[in-house]
Structure formats: structure tokens, C-alpha cells
Design a protein around this ligand. Structure first.
Ligand code: SF4
Length: 345
């Protein structure tokens, strides 16, 4: 298997606040295989968007990367640890845009309202690809055409507010992909759109991914979107990945009680092969990023929690089946790994 294009290890993000230390990311381990779409799922507040931002080294103030690494494969030159680069320094800015790009739920976040979308895409190309003005304009029109913008040449001169939500989303994708990045991070890219436009945008992303050979991290709370559009999935809970495997295995045999609870809220998606067995639904909500819980962070909500174990031992991540990792003490492999970690601490 080729080296993952992104390899995240032990990534932590935090900030001091009046109420204590905020820790939205508490040791993320995640690989993005080259050319694949990996889904990142979990309820609001689990740290999905913060993972995306930390990957691009754009954590919102005052949040900072406090530990861990984000290794970007750099071919024969080895890898670059993005977590060690200055967020606003020239090396990081060059990597953002050229090698990594991001699209958001709300395209207005990406565009300046006072410049035309065409000029904003062309500017990316003059900065990162060093194209002259005329060549940048032609390439920007090509990109608008590629993402299915009707009358791309005329739309070059449109302002963001001139476009519908779906068209703005297409324009943002054109801008993100203008420099043909290796990795696209898509944070809830279709959540604000109606179902028909949502399907069109996801289809467009899948087509562009195949055409450009991109690696995609697709962040969503929508398990249906994950089932249809990803080949691997990582499930997050309170700043950690708690389960990670192929999309097929996750939907057919979810192994972490949190994943089982998420799938239980959408019974029709409990299996991609038509098994309709009902998984346990979930009670409660994700604790705030300030929380420091003993043992497993999910234990107050877990229907399978074992008193005296789950509220005491912090579960490590371990392989519980071939290619399937989970962070739950019910699996002997996890228990052994967790005890070993405890002993080493
Ligand atoms: Fe539930 Fe215990 Fe597993 Fe945590 S470790 S998910 S509390 S069974």
C-alpha cells in the first residue's frame, strides 16, 4: 500500500480559557490514503471541523496546535510536518492552495463580497501558479466550466451575491481546485443546500476527485452522504477518533458503541446490505471541550459501559478486526493496549 498523503499522529489543539483548558482535539490519529475519499463523522462538538482546520494549520484564535504532527507526503523529499510550520508563514501559505485546499458549508466564508468570483479565482492562480493576468483569467473560466457553471465566461464577472447557493458552492469548488491540490478538505460542503443540489455537488466532487486523482477528507454529520461517497470512515467523539475502517465494514459491523448509537438514529442505514436490525439509539449529548472525564469519554452515555472499568481505564485505539480499529474496552486487544499505555505513563 502506498504511503498516505496525510498522516496525522497524536494531534492536540487547545486554548486556555477563563473556565479552564479547552481541548477540542485530544490526540487524533488519522491517515488519508492517496486518491481516496475518507469520511469524518460524529455529532456537533466532536471536533470534526477543528480537525479540518488543524490539518490546514488554520485553527481559529486562540486555539493552537499543542502536540502531535500532521505529515504531508512530499515524495522523495520525505514528509513535511505542517503542525510545525508557522500558520501565516510563507511555506504554509504556499502549501495551502497549491497542495491542500478546503471548501466550507458556507461559500461566503471563502469569497470576498466586494470582488468578482472570477477575479478571486484568477488571483489564486497568479499567486500560486505564477500565471499572468490573461492566462489566469482563461484558467479561471476553465475551472468554472469544469464545475458545471453555466455561461462560465459571463459568470467570471459575477459577484458572490449574484449567484444562487448551489452556484456559489460550485464557484468555491472551482477556487479550491484551481491549483489542482493533492488534498481537498470538504467541511459539510452540502449541508446548506437542498437535496437535489446536494446530490449534484457530491457527484461533481466525486467526478473531480477521479479526474484530478485528489485525496478528499469529507466531513459531515450525514451518514447517508458518508455511505454513498466515501471508501473509508473515521468516527470522532470528544476530540478523538474512536473507530476507523472501510465504509462497508463500518455500516455492516460497527464495533464502537458510539458508532452503533449514531447508526441507530438512522436505522435504514444500519447496513449497506439490507440488514435492518435496530441498533441502540443514543442518550445525552457530547460533553463540552472543557470536560476531563476519567476512563472512556463516552462512558456517561454508553449503554454497554462496565462500571469499575469504563469509568477508570482510558481506552487506547487498537485493531479489533482486520483493517478495523476501535477505542472500546470491550475488545481484548484494546484492553491490552490500554493497560500497556497506562503502565508506560
Ligand atoms: Fe462504552 Fe466502555 Fe466501550 Fe467506552 S469503553 S465505549 S464506555 S463499553
Amino acid at each position: 500500500m502506498s504511503r498516505p498523503v496525510i498522516s496525522i499522529r497524536g494531534l492536540e489543539v487547545g486554548a486556555r480559557s477563563r473556565h479552564g483548558m479547552l481541548r477540542p482535539l485530544r490526540g487524533i490519529d488519522l491517515d488519508l490514503p492517496r486518491g481516496a475519499t475518507t469520511g469524518l463523522v460524529g455529532e456537533s462538538g466532536c471536533g470534526k471541523s477543528m480537525t479540518a482546520r488543524a490539518l490546514l494549520n488554520i485553527t481559529p484564535n486562540p486555539m493552537r496546535i499543542t502536540a502531535g504532527s500532521v505529515l504531508l507526503d512530499n515524495g522523495a523529499a520525505g514528509s513535511i510536518d505542517l503542525a510545525r510550520l508557522e500558520p501565516d508563514g510563507a511555506p504554509m501559505r504556499a502549501i495551502r492552495g497549491r497542495r491542500l485546499a478546503m471548501i466550507f458549508q458556507e461559500p461566503m466564508t471563502a469569497f470576498s463580497p466586494v470582488h468578482t468570483i472570477g477575479n478571486q479565482i484568477a488571483e489564486m492562480l497568479t499567486i500560486h501558479e505564477r500565471l499572468d493576468k490573461r492566462a489566469a483569467k482563461e484558467r479561471a473560466i476553465e475551472m468554472l466550466d469544469l464545475v458545471g457553471m453555466p455561461n462560465a465566461r459571463q459568470r467570471f464577472d459575477a459577484f458572490p451575491f449574484n449567484l444562487s447557493g448551489g452556484m456559489r458552492q460550485r464557484a468555491m469548488i472551482a477556487m479550491a481546485l484551481a491549483c489542482k491540490p493533492d488534498v481537498l478538505v470538504a467541511d459539510e460542503p452540502t449541508t446548506a443546500l437542498d437535496v437535489t443540489i446536494q446530490a449534484q455537488i457530491l457527484e461533481l466532487l466525486a467526478r473531480l476527485q477521479a479526474e484530478l486523482g485528489m485525496t478528499v477528507l469529507l466531513i459531515t454529520h450525514d451518514l447517508g452522504v458518508v455511505a454513498r461517497n466515501t471508501s473509508r470512515v473515521a468516527v470522532m467523539y470528544l476530540g478523538q477518533v474512536v473507530e476507523e475502517t472501510t465504509t462497508e465494514a463500518l455500516f455492516d459491523t460497527p464495533m464502537h458503541p458510539y458508532t452503533q448509537g449514531l447508526l441507530g438514529s438512522v436505522p435504514r442505514l444500519g447496513s449497506r446490505h439490507g440488514k435492518r436490525e435496530r441498533l441502540p439509539a443514543m442518550r445525552g449529548s457530547v460533553p463540552p471541550a472543557l470536560s476531563e472525564l476519567p476512563g472512556c469519554a463516552f462512558h456517561p452515555r454508553c449503554p454497554k459501559a462496565v462500571p469499575g472499568l469504563c469509568d477508570v481505564v482510558k481506552p487506547a485505539m487498537a485493531e479489533v478486526a482486520e483493517g478495523h480499529r476501535a477505542r472500546c474496552l470491550l475488545y481484548p486487544e484494546v484492553l491490552v493496549a490500554s493497560k500497556a499505555l497506562e503502565a508506560a505513563a
